[in-house]
Write a protein that binds this ligand. Structure first.
Ligand SMILES: [Zn+2]
Length: 253
């Protein structure tokens, strides 16, 4: 099943691992949240968000067990081992071995990253903007896995690209301070000089890949998609400020 409202990531995850990434197409939200906003915290009408979430459930076959969290650009991982918890729980990643719980993050420029092991036992999703990446949200997510990193697959979702993600020295320094040799080595590629002095065009996708590889994850998938550039399909906070959020969801059958 394919539609303009979502796409299915192309990665060789085991057949019982399901993933979907939504777009802003479809749904009933009015501007500036038009139209398939799935986040309740951005100022959109509650009925619109509820309706859109119902549409998403229908899109994926009617599952009603969705786990969302209150994302704070932090590094905490919610580990689900006894069903759903309240959506107000603060976390920036969700890990579970349970079946039929749809784990999701909501983004508009930050990356989403899916994880699973090669036998389809364990799954996770992380919300990873620059603060989460530099703080170690991907490392913390990987730490929850029983599987060795060599057996873990990761897929990196849409996020703001180096064409549009201008940052200052604080952001660049946060990554250089991570003590990951490959980031230091590729500094000049990951942070191209911006138009203004002491501004850098940061490559979040490239940084996420390097961080995953530094943890011995070898099976890394996904293609860079810039949320700012693809304004017809995705929300971009950097471009629009007040706007909606699209979802990246993963579940285990
Ligand atoms: Zn762009």
């Amino acid at each position: 099943m394919q539609s303009d409202s979502f796409f299915i990531p192309d990665w060789p995850a085991p057949a019982n691992i399901r993933t979907t990434v939504t777009t802003r197409i479809g749904g009933i939200s009015e501007p500036p949240y038009d139209r398939f906003n799935l986040a309740g915290h951005v100022g959109d009408e509650d009925y619109a968000v509820h309706h859109n979430r119902k549409l998403l459930a229908d899109d994926i076959g009617g599952s009603t067990q969705f786990q969302w969290v209150r994302q704070v650009h932090g590094t905490d991982v919610l580990v689900l081992d006894n069903g759903l918890v309240d959506e107000s729980r603060e976390a920036d990643a969700i890990y579970t071995q349970e079946t039929d719980i749809v784990c999701g993050v909501l983004t508009a420029d930050c990356l989403s990253v899916f994880f699973c092991d090669d036998e389809g036992q364990e799954i996770a999703v992380a919300h990873a903007g620059w603060r989460g990446l530099a703080g170690g949200v991907l490392q913390n997510t990987l730490k929850q896995f029983d599987a060795d990193p060599a057996r873990i697959l990761a897929w990196i979702g849409p996020g703001i690209g180096p064409c549009h993600f201008e940052v200052g020295d604080d952001v660049r320094d946060a990554f250089l301070d991570m003590d990951i040799a490959e980031i230091d080595n590729e500094d000049g590629i990951l942070f191209l000089e911006g138009d203004e002095p002491v501004k850098w065009m940061a490559d979040l996708f490239g940084l996420a890949k390097i961080i995953l590889a530094s943890q011995d994850v070898k099976q890394i998938y996904g293609e860079p998609i810039c949320t700012w550039c693809e304004f017809d399909r995705f929300y971009s906070f950097r471009r629009d400020g007040e706007t909606g959020r699209f979802a990246s969801i993963i579940w285990k059958e």
